[in-house]
Design a protein around this ligand. Structure first.
Ligand code: UDP
Ligand code: MG
Length: 315
């Protein structure tokens, strides 16, 4: 197998026919030695039926169905683990990333790069809010992270078996795949492209999922938030000292201490700082807990490959 295409799909029944049509066009030069792995991430619509239907017209398709929704990054991991190709191409099901860029990515990989990622020079059809938060997120993450993570890139990329094996050797369950590729090292290069609007269906990344994703990325690639607690404690000690000076001064000069307003401010400020640091500790402890339990990331409940390849007795 030369080329594996991996696409996580959650409630994408509308997108699949168009996706398969454009993908099978884009992989034409490698068609005889290619597979298209579609991972149904616990969809509640007709995604699995759409995958099975698409398989009839496109024999390269391999469907893998997860037993429940596990999220984009784990669905992608499931696909990567199922892949057999020497080169692995990842993209979203909603055609926001142009499959046609594969030709350019292949060209760069032929020139010796291990990872060729797409860099979004422009995002079309996304809200100002999503653009602004994404922009801030990638800048902030880089300021925090110990490894440089390429700005404005997604999981849209072509990687070779060597770099994929490196990422699959990382056992962590809270996965931030683009960061894991950056951390793994190897020779990497970006290709700019314009990210088009989602063609059909709606985003599966509501604000809550985006925040979770950002916190996972942050805790996975930096321990700086933990050190923030120490810094905050110095700042709050300093502020407490200044307040003490002020209180003593007014006791001596005006024979009275200032009233409840300053008390309320001080109490709410310090409890805010404490809750924030507790929250940061909690995020890391939660991660330790999840990793310590060491549960499998996902279970496969259905697999079109098994049906065709498993020995007769297992069918
Ligand atoms: N996705 C998934 N599981 C999830 C959420 C999303 O497999 O729990 C898939 C989704 O089907 C799509 C990709 O991940 O192929 C990216 O999701 P989406 O396009 O909704 O994100 P956005 O582009 O809005 O950031
Ligand atoms: Mg999308």
């Amino acid at each position: 197998m030369y080329l594996s295409v991996v696409v996580p799909c959650m409630n994408e029944e509308e997108s699949i026919p168009g996706l398969v049509a454009r993908l099978s066009q884009a992989i034409t030069p490698w068609k005889d030695r290619a597979e298209i792995i579609l991972i149904d991430d616990g969809s509640t619509d007709g995604t699995w039926a759409a995958i099975e239907a698409a398989k009839l017209s496109c024999p390269q398709i391999v469907g893998v169905r997860l037993s429940a929704n596990r999220g984009h990054q784990i669905a992608l991991t499931a696909g990567l683990e199922a892949s057999q190709g020497a080169r692995i191409f990842m993209l979203d099901a909603d055609l926001q990333d142009p499959p046609e860029l594969l030709t350019d990515m292949m060209f760069m990989m032929d020139r010796g790069f291990d990872v060729v990622y797409g860099r979004r020079s422009e995002r079309r059809g996304e809200t100002m809010f999503k653009k602004a938060t994404a922009h801030l997120f990638y800048r902030f993450l880089n300021a925090m992270s110990d490894v440089p993570i390429p700005q404005d890139t997604g999981d849209f990329r072509l990687v070779n078996r060597r770099s994929l094996n490196a990422v699959l050797a990382m056992p962590e369950k809270a996965r931030f795949i683009r960061g894991m590729f950056a951390w793994a090292g190897f020779k990497q290069v970006g290709i700019e492209y314009i990210r088009s609007p989602r063609e059909l269906g709606e985003t599966k990344y509501p604000l809550r999922a985006m925040m979770r994703f950002a916190i996972d990325a942050m805790t996975a690639f930096s321990t700086k938030p933990l050190k923030l607690a120490t810094r905050l404690s110095f700042i709050s000690l300093l502020m407490a000292g200044l307040m003490a000076v002020y209180v003593i001064y007014s006791l001596v000069v005006y024979q009275t201490a200032p009233g409840w307003a300053s008390v309320v401010l001080a109490v709410s400020f310090f409890s805010g700082v404490q809750l924030l640091t507790l929250g940061i500790l909690g995020e890391y402890i939660g991660r330790l807990y999840v990793e310590a339990k060491d549960r499998p990331m996902y279970f496969v409940s259905d697999d079109t490959r098994d049906v065709t390849q498993a020995p007769q007795r297992l069918r």
